[in-house]
Design a protein around this ligand. Structure first.
Ligand code: AP5
Ligand code: ZN
Length: 217
């Protein structure tokens, strides 16, 4: 199965993708994570992406599609994927359709996480992640049981992202509305769009999402 999570920065795509991964045995594919890994590794793609990401703008379709294509063809992805943060432009959506058609696959559902922009600034500025296993946390909404210690792996190397600041969040929201929000109509037109209210609590959203996914896969 192929599931897409659509939504602005901070909507909870990564949080929900990781929960779906555990529940349904699918693989989370986050182009944000793949790009951050490329930046950390200092690859050509990473060098080109670094400043663009720090400014809160979209990395070029060419780079992102190449990175996604590479990862999607790995053996573990055969059991099914949750795309988190991809596609983000119409060109990426069309490239994904072509890529899936090559492998005889199709999109089971594109789920739009619906939220108010105003709440996103707070969600993003309070976010931090376990540097060891990638589990996401929040200063207010999702604290580990023991401060500074990851519930999942016991790691203590908590990290904040370079682009999680008030200025960059503004540009990321603009990029979302201008370039990514049109995908809602794109998937509606194809009959694969589902929506969830992502202003609810993490577990409530997860329950609603599970029901959608059970029906779609
Ligand atoms: P990316 O890494 O994809 O970031 P994003 O889309 O901005 O999304 P976020 O990771 O910020 O948010 P999220 O929806 O995953 O929320 P999360 O679950 O963490 O992209 C980063 C950059 O890479 C882009 O700006 C761009 O430059 C580039 N890029 C990536 N993909 C690209 C592409 N396809 N094309 C071009 N460029 C690309 O939740 C946020 C916080 O809120 C967490 O702390 C969480 O604990 C908390 N939280 C989650 N749900 C709730 C809830 N229901 N209630 C309260 N708190 C909650
Ligand atoms: Zn961890």
């Amino acid at each position: 199965p192929v599931l897409i999570l659509l939504g602005p920065p901070g909507a909870g795509k990564g949080t929900q993708a990781r929960m779906l991964e555990e529940t349904f045995g699918l693989v989370q594919l986050s182009t944000g994570d793949l790009l951050r890994a490329a930046v950390a590794a200092g690859t050509e793609a990473g060098k080109a992406a670094k400043a663009v990401m720090e400014a809160g703008e979209l990395v070029s379709d060419e780079i992102v599609i190449a990175i996604l294509r590479d990862r999607l063809t790995d053996a573990d992805c055969a059991k099914g994927v949750i795309l988190d943060g991809f596609p983000r432009t119409t060109i990426q959506a069309e490239a994904l359709d072509a890529l899936l058609a090559e492998g005889g696959q199709k999109i089971n559902a594109a789920v739009s996480l619906e939220v108010d922009d105003a709440a996103m600034v707070n969600r993003i500025s309070g976010r931090y992640t376990c540097g060891t296993c990638g589990e996401g946390y929040h200063d207010e909404f999702k604290q580990p049981l023991q401060t500074g210690v990851c519930d999942k792996c016991g790691g203590t190397d908590m990290k904040r992202r370079a682009d999680d600041n008030a200025e960059t969040v503004g540009s990321r929201l603009v990029a979302y509305h201008e370039q990514t929000a049109p995908l809602i109509a794109y998937y509606k037109g194809k009959g694969s769009l589902k929506t969830v209210n992502a202003m609810l609590g993490i577990d409530e959203i997860s329950g609603n999402l599970n029901a959608i996914v059970e029906e779609a896969i």
